[in-house]
Structure formats: C-alpha cells, structure tokens
Write a protein that binds this ligand. Sequence first.
Ligand code: OXD
Ligand code: MN
Length: 619
Amino acid sequence: MDIDKKILDDESVEKLTALKNGYVLEIVEKYTKLCKPSKVTVITDSEEDIAYVRRLALKTKEESKLNMKGHTIHYDGYYDQARDKAHTRVLLPKGKKLSKHINTIDREEGLKEIEEIMDGMMDGKEMLVRFFCLSPLNSRFSIPALQITDSSYVAHSEDLLYRSGYGEFMNLKGSKNFFYFIHSAGELDKNGCTKNVDKRRIYIDLEENRVLTVNNQYAGNSLGLKKLALRLAINRSNNEDWLTEHMFIMGIKPEGKGRTTYFTGAFPSACGKTSTAMIPGQSIVGDDIAYLKIWDDGSCHAVNIESGIFGIITDVNPVDDPLIHKCLITPRELIFSNILINDGKPYWLGMGCETPDEGKNHSGLWKRGNKDAEGKEIPIAHKNARYTIRISELENVDPKADDVNGVQVNGIIYGGRDSDTNVPVAQSLNWSHGVFSGASLESETTSATLGKEGQRAHSPMANLDFIVVPLGKYIENHLKFGKSLSKVPLIFSTNYFLKGEDGNYLNDKIDKKVWILWAEGRVHNEYEVIETPIGFIPKYEDLKVLFHSVLGKKYTKDQYERQFSLRVEKLLSKLDRIEKIYSEEEVPEEFMNHFERQRRRLLEAKEKIGKEILSPFDF
Ligand code: OXD
Ligand code: MN
C-alpha cells in the first residue's frame, strides 16, 4: 500500500493484507490519503486490539472513567444531541427519483461537497479501521461492515453494540460484498466535542454501499452500523425479497402456558420500543433493528442485527425499568452519554431520586438554573441522553439472541405516539390490511431527532427516517413478503399514548403488558374478537381477566369503553391525511384500495349505529 510506514505500521499492514481483499486495501488507502490522519490502526477481533480501543477512548478524553468499575461517560456537543435529519441525505444519481419525503442531493454534487470537507479532516488524529458483522456471524442474514473512524468513542460503542467481524471479512475471500462507513468527528473543542456542527453532513451512497458522515459524534449520526447501515440494508432488502425494519424482537411468554411466541415491533424512536421489549416476564432478542427473511418452511424468521442497546436513559428507574436500571448501577462495561456527573456518579432525568444542583453535563460545567444561548433552562441531562450496553448483560436476554437462524416470528406490532385517534390495541384484518396500518403510522416527534417535539408526523412502519427507496417500492416489498409466506404472522397496532377529553392518558405505562399478552393469545386462537371497521379489537371480558391476572388490576367497563371506542371523525381525518401523502407517490393499487374500503366501513358503521363515537359495545 502506498502509505507511509510512520502512519500505517507493519503490524496494521499485515492485518489488512491477511484479509486478501483488494477492495478493503483500496478503501483504507483512499480515505487515509483524503483525511490525512497522523496514524492508522487496524483492529481485529482479538481481545488485545479491542482493549486498545477502550484505552484509546480514555486517552483521547472522548470518554472518562466513573466511580463504578467499567462505566464511562461520553459527551456529544450541545447541538449534536440527536439525529440530524436535515443534513442526512441520499446521494441521488442523475435521472433517479425517490420520494418527496426522502431527503436527497445530487450524487456528484454531494460527493464533491463532502470530500472537500473531509480533505485533511483527521489531521493530527488516529484513524481506526474496524471490522464488524451485522447479524449473528456466519448466518444467512450476515452482512460484513467496515468502519473507519477517527472517534475512539464510536469504535468503542460499536464494540458493545455489534458483533466483531474480522473473521467474517476473511470469509469474504476477496469479495466486495460488504457495507462501509467513513466517519470523522472533525475538529474538537476543549471538551472533546465536535466544533463545526454547521458542517455536519451524513451522505448515503447506495451505489457504493457506503455512508460518509462528518462533523458529528451523536451515535445516531456517527456510528456506521446503527442508523446508517439501516438505510443501506433497506436498499438491499428492497431489491431482493426480504425486509429491513426498525423493530425490536421479543419472546412473549404467557404465564403457566410453557411457550414463547416471538414478536417484532416497530415504533418511532422514543415511543416505547425498548420498554415493550423489556416488559417484565418476557425475553428480549433486540430492541432496534431487525432483518426479516422468508424461511424454507414458509415461516418468517428475524434476527437482531445488533448485539447491544443504545437506549434512552430518561425515565429509566427501578419501578419502570428494573432490569435496565440494575445494569446501570452495577459494574460492567457501559458508556453513558450526555447525563450529569457529580463526584464520579451519574444522574439523569426521571431516575427516581434526588439529583445534585451542579456537576458536568452535555452543556459543560453546569449549575441548576443555567440557561443556554437561546435563554432556555438547561436540564440536568439531555432528554435524549443514552446508555450503551451489551444485550447479553440483561437478565431477560432470550436464549436465541445469537442464533444463526434467528427466531420464527408469529406476530408484528406497529405502534405510534398518538394522543387522539387509535385504540390501544387492534389486530389487522389480514396481512395486506396490516401493511396498510403500519404504513399509515403517525406519531408525535420526540427528542431523538433534532427539531421541534410533539409534532404529528407520518412514518410508515416507523421507518420513514431511514427509507432510501421509493415509498411505493417499500410498501410493495411488504405486500409481496406476506404473499410469499405460508405461515403468515398476525399484524397488530398499538397506541400507548391515547388521551381522554381531560387531556390525561387513558392507560398506565404497564398496561402494554396486557396488550401484548392479548396479541400473543390471538396467535394461538385463544381469544374471540370484535370485528370493527378498523380491525379486530379485544372483548371486554378477556381484558378484564388479563388485567386482573397479569397486573392485579381491576378493569372497568367504563375504562374499556373509553379506550376502545372508535373516534370516527378522527379516524376519517387520519385516512384523508395519509391518503394525500400516498396519492403523490407511485403505490400499488392493492394498497390504495384500503383507504376507500376503510372509509366506507367507518361511514357505514356510523350511519348504522347513529353516533359519532362508536362504543365497542355497539358492534
Ligand atoms: C435510535 C433512534 O436511537 O431510532 O434508536 O433514534
Ligand atoms: Mn431506533
């Protein structure tokens, strides 16, 4: 390789050449020349190499040790606390069209812009070259992924969140069939945070299966294997016959029945995805990203492509999230980000105890009452602050979490943050209707993305931020997927955030346990249902028994009626909003027909029953 030995030493060259993959060499050489780091270090799967990354994160001060053994804290800059949708763009070759809901930039123009920013960007820094595998190793799902970064925090986080894949690159035998990611945090300020966030760019190049991302550290922007690989995999799966989804995978285990039924669930960020996968008494396979494939026996199998959790820490407390909370207060390898540290101890929002009045947080040295440049009071920690742990650290990890065959999925849930329209749980009429309900998902925006919170936004399958193919193609792929299955999972929708007229939530957080156990029972034909215009809803008697046996709670007819009434006007307005979006896209007719059918069913029921709000007892 044409790189000075002072930059890339013999040991690193040996590790690279051992892969016998000219394409890997080409990539390392190209970005070394462009970014001009002072040193390039190649990391294999060995304990020694991985320990080097861990130490480097402390040496570069991207992480600092806390009192508890294995715990560290990392800060992203004050304006780099969430995913930056505005500067995340798909590079679009001339003549190609995606959707007006997908942010794009002309490929040549985008490459020119970002390569100019990248020129000399790693000056004085160490560039790390790491190899990972999305999915369990050596599986039908595996996609090798090469990460090049100047951030030891990024490289360390990925070690907790993904499976090491140097061996997987060996198995490639020279093939170019991998994803690659080039990241630079850019110039850092005195706190070790990215300085030039105005030049933050995240450019997705589908032609080359690569993503270039610069001037950021927040993991949703910086870590190649997380939301960047999600986009590349959506492109790949949509050109093949499988699905890449923003989904948890969990095992649901009804008490006394001796069975585990696997479900996947798509929820927009910060809308209860991790907490559903962590419901007490169940098991977790993954909490964020799943690949779904058609198995030889006609069933649907899914894997967690990750091996860790980059979870929101706000409201993690001993009552609401006992298992995660326990992990956060005991020794293990763990990275906190963007929370308050006082005297070597971590504090965050909603942790369920008193918090100190000063310390260090995402704003630097902090005192209660401090205001930011916009005059807004700075809370003790950012609402989107996070923890990063290995999933194997959790007591409820499912025994099949690393299974090369994944798990067989029998139920799929789509959930949004919707205060005024959808009922808490409903089963779709069939696969096609389920695709329709998933594709109609709306949710209020949260702190996981930059910008205003609480705005109602449409997000098909909770995936809109990551879809890089025409929306119609994405929908069509889902419809086709279901048709190719002989054991078709049931599809459910949930809404944990429904409010009553007084503006209060109609359910407690823990009620979601009843909804998922009811859905699991439906897979086994255990409950009868009420057919309504929007799908099948539970019967009061079944929920009453479940609330009592699962939560020890009394569930009244009045509660049921308020939660499961169909708010016809709201449902019709939602249909209009979503239909408008899809009428501007090229979407299969089968899908578009659902709008008219659902509208007709609602109007007929309204006419027949003679009310605006239809009680479940009316059906
Ligand atoms: C996440 C997200 O961090 O979706 O998982 O933003
Ligand atoms: Mn996510």
